[in-house]
Design a protein. Structure first.
Length: 163
């Protein structure tokens, strides 16, 4: 999927939104470690694999200057777009960045055109659930023990896209 780098304003701060590249993987892993208590749910190999699927997926990085502060990724098809991963550095959370990134993927899915967009969210992550609900997502099912290591359920959420 093509994507053109662009300047964006979020919470009165200027950022650049760009397609993620192999050069960003170290920063993506660093963001994961900062968000997930030192863990990296995705490893370098997974990011490398995902970033190589340029026809069916899109991973974006949000940068302030040279620092990657957040990222989001999704797979796209005509039936469904699926947000695979999203993370915002803790020092940038609660500023509307997650909302902005999900909204960007919703817009791209609509233009693809996909019929719906889906994601999974931890049952304990009520902040993210609230953001997704404000963006029109609804819980469609609970996935028991989706997060295997932590033995935590996930909610599958979906938003139908009008064409």
């Amino acid at each position: 999927m093509p994507y053109t780098t662009r300047r964006v304003e979020i919470d009165e701060t200027t950022f650049y939104l760009a397609r993620a590249s192999q050069n960003d993987i170290t920063a993506l892993l660093d963001i994961e470690r900062s968000v997930y208590a030192g863990q990296t749910p995705w490893d370098r190999w997974t990011f490398t694999s995902e970033l190589s699927k340029r026809k069916t997926s899109l991973y974006l990085v949000l940068c302030q200057g040279t620092e990657v502060v957040a990222f989001v990724g999704a797979w796209f098809s005509t039936n469904e777009a699926h947000i695979t991963n999203i993370a915002v550095r803790p020092s940038y959370q609660k500023r509307g960045i997650g909302h902005f990134l999900v909204h960007e993927m919703v817009s791209l899915a609509h233009d693809y055109p996909s019929q719906k967009i889906t994601l999974e969210v931890r049952a304990s992550n009520t902040s993210a659930q609230s953001v997704y609900q404000r963006l029109g997502f609804t819980v469609v099912r609970t996935r028991p023990n989706y997060y295997i290591q932590e033995k935590e359920d996930a909610f599958s959420m979906c938003r139908i896209l009008s064409q």
